[in-house]
Design a protein around this ligand. Structure first.
Ligand code: 5GP
Ligand code: MN
Length: 315
């Protein structure tokens, strides 16, 4: 399969690279890497995402190359990365009908919506899969490509802390360092360039902390009013859910973000054996065992109770 994809990369001339809305570091790193490789090979290539990447990624060279999804680019090949479902990366069935669609992902729930599907649930990040494709096909991995792949792995393993981290993860990271990646440069840009107002918003958000189910479930939320008071937006909440999970005794951390009145984007994180993707699937979402997300449409109190009920098995 990897050779088939390598052959297409070498032989075809025009590509569209896409990834999921509200892209995280893995979505951005893996898609920017493939976009950059194709550009360096002299191909016609576009990069489209349904929503603009968060500001923490604006240090990346290709940040401004991202276009908001149009479903109109005239290309031979469309490559979707890190997208558990086709609608998450904004692709229309009608648009992809006459194109070769390659689906590269690590979500175990991915239904295989492409003509070619490379789904590796054991991969710590989609960046690892892209790295394997490039390496096994002798495609060039320049310093810039290596930086994008490293970003993908660094962020999706929580800085090499999550259970998805394996010897292979470190091997790939080491090989990327040999291509010129400086870990401090990526880490300091991603993690140490926060906007001051984010901390104002975080302060209001941390004040909402509630523990339930004998301290095994932690909840945090941000309201529209808090955004207004601190002059912030959803972009400023990227890492908030981690504060819920990182409390002693907590097995599941949930962050609710009020996007519209009575509409909450939920982020769920667990550690250890609790599989949160199944709970997220009940809330219009999905994801991985230890990191998932979804949407809850209900007044706040009701939304909160639905989450507590869904995790009552923790008790
Ligand atoms: P986050 O909480 O950072 O938004 O999402 C964590 C992970 O959960 C994402 O990387 C993605 O795998 C998954 N995820 C989040 N929201 C959704 C959703 O609405 N649908 C699906 N299928 N997966 C989601
Ligand atoms: Mn992702």
């Amino acid at each position: 399969m990897k050779h088939e994809i390598g052959k297409i990369i070498k032989e075809k001339n025009s590509f569209l690279v896409v990834t999921h809305k509200n892209p995280d570091g893995d979505a951005i790193g893996s898609s920017f890497a493939l976009y950059n490789v194709l550009k360096e090979l002299g191909k016609t290539v576009y990069l489209e995402i349904p929503t603009k990447p968060a500001y923490i990624y604006d240090f990346l060279d290709d940040y401004n190359a991202v276009e908001i999804t149009t479903n109109s680019k005239d290309v031979e090949v469309v490559i979707a990365l890190d997208s558990a479902e086709m609608h998450r990366c904004g692709l229309d069935k009608e648009y992809v009908k006459d194109k070769l669609l390659i689906n590269i992902d690590h979500h175990k729930t991915n239904p295989g919506f492409g003509n070619i599907n490379l789904i590796e649930p054991e991969a710590a990040a989609v960046g690892c899969i892209v790295y394997d494709i490039l390496k096994s096909n002798g495609l060039p991995i320049t310093k810039k490509t290596a930086e994008y792949l490293y970003l993908s792995i660094l962020t999706d393993t929580g800085s090499f802390r999550y259970s998805s981290t394996s010897p292979k993860t470190f091997k790939v990271a080491a090989e990327l360092l040999e291509k010129g990646v400086e870990p401090w440069y990526i880490a300091s840009n991603v993690y140490e360039r926060e906007k001051p107002e984010t901390y104002k918003l975080l302060s209001l958000t941390l004040d909402t902390l509630e523990l339930h189910l004998s301290g095994k479930l932690a909840l945090l939320y941000t309201t529209q009013d808090m955004f207004k008071r601190t002059n912030t937006t959803a972009d400023n909440t990227e890492s908030f859910v981690n504060f819920a999970r990182s409390i002693r005794g907590v097995e599941v951390g949930v962050f609710l973000r009020e996007d519209e009145p009575n509409v909450f984007k939920i982020s769920i994180r667990s550690r250890g054996s609790v599989d949160v993707s199944e709970v997220a699937a009940r809330f219009e979402g999905g994801g991985h065992k230890n990191a998932a997300g979804g949407t809850l449409r209900a007044p706040f109190k009701e939304a909160k109770q639905k989450i507590i009920d869904a995790f009552s098995f923790l008790k």
